[in-house]
Design a protein around this ligand. Structure first.
Ligand code: BDR
Ligand code: CA
Length: 310
C-alpha cells in the first residue's frame, strides 16, 4: 500500500478527502497533519479528529498540529465557503476527547520521510506552511519524499481564481510558503483549480449516497459550500478539490500531467498568490512542477462515490 501523510486545513472538502482516503482502504495513512487555513488551527484539529471518529479510525490515525499561522502574512480564513466551524456544523453531534499530541507536524513529516525514504507521498490540501517549514528545517526532505501532491493554484484558467481573480485559496493563504515549496526540488504535482473544477459533486450524486453511513455528513456539510458555489459561479455542486488530490495518489493516471517552470507571486497586492506557469519556457528555467492538464472526471467521481458508499 502506498504510504501517505495528508496535510489538511479541514474544511468541507478536506473532510471529504479524508473520508475518501480512509474508505479506499488502498492507502497506508501514517498520520494527518493539520495547518491553519480554512479555519484556525485549533478548529482544524477538532474537525479532523471528529472526521476520524465518524470513520471509527480515531485509534489508528493520529492528527499532528502544525503551523497556527502563515509564514509572514496574517491568517486568512474561509468561513464563507466552509461555514463557521469549517464543516457546516455537520458533526456537532460528535463528542471527542482530543488526544494529547506534542509532535509538531513539520517534524512528523521529516521523521516519516526519513524513515521511509523514497516511499512516502505527501498529499497537501491546505496552505503550504507546514511543508515549507519542514523543507526549510530539513532540505533533504526533497530527496526523501517520493512525491508531493499539492492542491493549489490555477495555471490555465487565468483570472478565474477563487479568492482574488488571480489566485486560489491555498496558495493565497500563504504564498511565501508556496514559493519555498515550489523551489525546494521536491517532486511536485499541482492539482489546480483547472482540474478540480471539473469534478463537481452535485445534489444527484449526494442522493446516490442514501443508505450510506456518510450520507448525512456529505449532505449537511456541503450546504453552505453548494450555496456559495451557486451564488458565485451559478454551479449547483461542490468542486472536489481536496478529494481529487487523494484521487491522484490512488490512481496516478486519473490526471494527465506536463512539467513546466511554475513560480508564485508574493510581491503584488493585485496578484498575491498567483501561480505563474512558463508554458513557453521564456524564462529558460528548469521545470519544477508537474501541472495537471486534464482529468478523467467521470472515472474519478464514480470511484469517489463507490468508496463513500462502502
Ligand atoms: C482549496 O481551498 C480550500 O478552501 C479548500 O479546502 C481547498 O483545499 C480550494 O481552493
Ligand atoms: Ca483544504
Amino acid at each position: 500500500m502506498k504510504k501517505v501523510i495528508i496535510d489538511v486545513d479541514t474544511g468541507v472538502d478536506d473532510a471529504l478527502a479524508i473520508l475518501y482516503a480512509v474508505n479506499s482502504k488502498q492507502l497506508d495513512i501514517l498520520g494527518i497533519t493539520a495547518v491553519s487555513g480554512n479555519v484556525p488551527l485549533e478548529q482544524v484539529n477538532i474537525n479532523t479528529n471528529k472526521v476520524l471518529k465518524l470513520l471509527a479510525v480515531e485509534d489508528q490515525i493520529k492528527v499532528y498540529k502544525g503551523a497556527d499561522r502563515p509564514l509572514l502574512k496574517e491568517p486568512y480564513h474561509e468561513f464563507r465557503v466552509h461555514g463557521n466551524d469549517g464543516i457546516g456544523g455537520a458533526l456537532d453531534h460528535i463528542d471527542i476527547d482530543i488526544p494529547e499530541n506534542e509532535v509538531f507536524a513539520p517534524d512528523f513529516i521529516i521523521e516519516q520521510a526519513k524513515k521511509y525514504k523514497g516511499e512516502l507521498t505527501l498529499i497537501a490540501v491546505g496552505p503550504l506552511t507546514n511543508v515549507a517549514l519542514a523543507v526549510r528545517k530539513e532540505p533533504r526532505l526533497a530527496e526523501w519524499l517520493k512525491e508531493v501532491i499539492v492542491m493549489g493554484g490555477l495555471v490555465q484558467s487565468a483570472g478565474r481564481g477563487n479568492t482574488i481573480p488571480t489566485s486560489e485559496f491555498n496558495i493565497f493563504a500563504d504564498a511565501e510558503a508556496a514559493k519555498i515549496v515550489f523551489h525546494s526540488g521536491m517532486n511536485i504535482t499541482l492539482v489546480s483549480l483547472d482540474v478540480t473544477r471539473q469534478v463537481l459533486l452535485t445534489e444527484e450524486h449526494i442522493e446516490e449516497l442514501q443508505g450510506s453511513k456518510y450520507y448525512d455528513f456529505v449532505k449537511n456539510s456541503t450546504v453552505d459550500y453548494r450555496n456559495f458555489s451557486i451564488n458565485l459561479y451559478g454551479i449547483n455542486g461542490c468542486a472536489l478539490h481536496d478529494p481529487l488530490s487523494v484521487g491522484v495518489a490512488l490512481d496516478p493516471d486519473i490526471v494527465q500531467r506536463e512539467k513546466y517552470y511554475v513560480d508564485v507571486e508574493t510581491q503584488s497586492e493585485l496578484s498575491y498568490g498567483q501561480t505563474i506557469c512558463d508554458f513557453r519556457n521564456l524564462l529558460k528555467k528548469e521545470p519544477n512542477v508537474n501541472i495537471c492538464v486534464g482529468v478523467d472526471h467521470e472515472k474519478f467521481l464514480q470511484t469517489f462515490l463507490d468508496h463513500l458508499k462502502g
